[in-house]
Design a protein around this ligand. Structure first.
Ligand code: PGA
Length: 251
């Protein structure tokens, strides 16, 4: 399986012109890199402007709402995302949990709507610094995954592409990435949780990503040493040269 590298632009850049420029630089930079699958998740407002024809280069969304349509001011559904050619959706990012009070139950509803639309969810899980210091990191991951996948059928999950990103909250945007061994341990734990919920085949199929202060110096370790399936990148994805360096380092 090719490593999957997801760029989470968050609420950047501030103009469409810059967004197009950034997108084009990445597109150009990855032309010769065929062994990585790249997904760019821009702010929704730019999404339909940033099209790609390349099978290794796709667009995704940073969020969605769980209903298909109706009186939900300001929201966008998974159905709408699919309609404009989006293939991936980040669900449950810690910034959404923090600033928009997204609970595990809300994350679960969103996840199900993404799966129903046959889009690929990138479910984000991870403990805070406080939870880690209290020795609760494993418990937090288990709870987040179990609630998110509550009532998702084995059939649905085995017939979907599904990604889980381990994103320790303390590593995001902090310049303090998680150790490669710790990320590997978390990846194995996630597989075990999935295996217990469904079966080992499904656990093997799920792609595990790492996210949190990834840069061109540390990216390689998560893929080549820890054996993870991909990366979710925030800050470094806004610098095209750095981002392309990361892509080159993981193949
Ligand atoms: P970062 O963000 O790479 O800037 O730490 C990662 C993320 O939030 O997905």
């Amino acid at each position: 399986m090719k490593p999957l590298v997801v760029a989470n632009w968050k609420m950047n850049p501030t103009t469409l012109v810059e967004a197009k420029r950034l997108f084009d630089s990445v597109k150009k930079g990855i032309k010769k890199i065929k062994k990585v699958e790249v997904v760019v998740c821009p702010p929704l407002i730019y999404l339909s402007e940033l099209r790609t024809q390349d099978s290794n280069f796709k667009v995704g969304a940073q969020n969605c709402f769980w209903e298909k349509e109706g009186a939900y001011t300001g929201e966008i559904s998974a159905f709408m995302l699919k309609n404009i050619g989006c293939q991936y959706v980040i669900v449950g990012h810690s910034e959404r949990r923090k600033y928009f009070n997204e609970t595990d139950e809300i994350v679960s509803k969103k996840l199900k709507s993404v799966l129903d639309m046959e889009l690929t969810p990138i479910l984000c899980v991870g403990e805070t610094k406080e939870e880690r210091d209290q020795g609760k990191a494993d418990k937090v991951l288990k709870k987040q995954i179990e609630i998110a996948l509550n009532d998702v059928s084995k059939f649905k999950i085995q017939n979907s592409k599904f990604c889980i990103a381990y994103e320790p909250v303390w590593a995001i945007g902090s310049g303090k990435p998680c150790d490669v061994e710790e990320a590997q341990k978390a990846g194995l734990l996630i597989k075990k949780i999935i295996s217990n919920l469904f079966n080992i085949k499904i656990a093997e199929k799920i792609q595990i990503l790492y996210g949190g202060s990834v840069n061109s110096k540390n990216a390689e370790g998560y893929i080549k040493e820890a054996g993870l399936d991909g990366l979710l990148i925030g800050g470094a994805s806004l610098k095209p040269n750095e981002f392309v360096k990361i892509l080159k380092s993981v193949v």
